[in-house]
Design a protein around this ligand. Structure first.
Ligand code: MN
Length: 277
């Protein structure tokens, strides 16, 4: 990541202090490991661990707090024109979801151009701009009418994709994990609390590469709204505070190469930029 020229803390600095803070409590995580069950974070006694694993947090705008990430869910083919370009029928079939590991998060600070590494193994590396939804409240079988009450805030991000590997695995009817769920595959900006920005039912979403518009759509064109996504997800999984949802990308996904600069926009959120290196 590039650094700003002044002395304000950068996203990297904040990430580091976030990690330190999470590490301070994170040592308690493994209590239950030896008996095969998960132990809660923040237990009173901190068991010894042979090494430390940093937690993942996203800065919260207007606060010195970070949003602790529990799970990253992503919805597939949630804009009709994108579903068509991926070769599927955009009629309203049930939505489908996949996950990325939490440490796929790459924090991107507005006003800076973050270096994003071109990953190994691919020759067709694609961008997908998406509205990112951060949950502050969990639940099971959440009704769509109440679902937005579970949203803590919003950001924008990229669901970066090794398209060639995703397609190859799909063709072979194998999990497409290697195409979607790799290191740094989830660049994301700081989270804007609902209290400050409201909800995102409509508004422009676009992506440029080297200043040229590639994706350009409106959030209203989602097949499954954010509320419906939360409702559907909560039927399959118990949702928890800390879960985030990448809500799908519009049409005209495409490749980038080293040196390209991607800029992404959603109305009412600051733009983000990454340079592929
Ligand atoms: Mn996507």
């Amino acid at each position: 990541m590039s650094r700003s020229t002044d002395d304000r803390p950068t996203a990297n600095d904040r990430t580091t202090s976030t990690r330190r803070r999470l590490l301070a409590t994170g040592a308690a995580v493994s209590t239950g490991a030896v008996i095969g069950c998960a132990a809660p974070v923040g237990a009173n006694t901190a068991p010894r661990t042979p090494f430390t694993v940093p937690g993942v947090g996203i800065p919260i705008v207007g606060s010195d707090m970070v949003f602790p990430v529990r799970r990253i869910y992503c919805i597939g083919r949630n804009y009709a024109a994108h579903a068509r370009e991926m070769g599927s029928d955009p009629t309203r079939e049930p939505p489908f979801f996949f996950q990325k590991p939490t440490d796929a998060i790459q924090l991107v600070a507005p006003g800076q151009v973050a270096d994003h590494p071109y990953p190994t193994l691919t020759k067709n590396y694609h961008y997908e701009v998406e509205l990112v939804v951060a949950l502050g409240k969990g639940g099971r079988s959440i009704a769509a009418a109440q679902a937005l009450e579970h949203v803590f805030g919003y950001s924008l991000g990229l669901d970066m994709t090794r398209r060639d590997l995703q397609r190859a695995m799909g063709d072979e009817k194998k999990p497409w994990e290697i195409g979607k769920s790799f290191d740094k595959s989830a660049p994301v900006g700081p989270i804007h609390p609902v209290a400050q920005v409201g909800h995102f039912l409509d508004g422009a979403i676009w992506l440029k590469v080297n200043g040229q518009t590639k994706q350009n759509a409106t959030l209203k064109h989602m097949i499954w709204s954010v509320a419906e996504q939360i409702a559907r997800l909560s039927e399959a999984f118990e949702l928890m505070p800390g879960d985030i949802i990448y809500s799908g990308t519009p049409e005209n996904v495409g490749p980038v190469v080293r040196g390209d600069v991607i800029e992404i926009h959603i109305d009412r959120l600051p733009n983000l930029s990454v340079r592929i290196v």
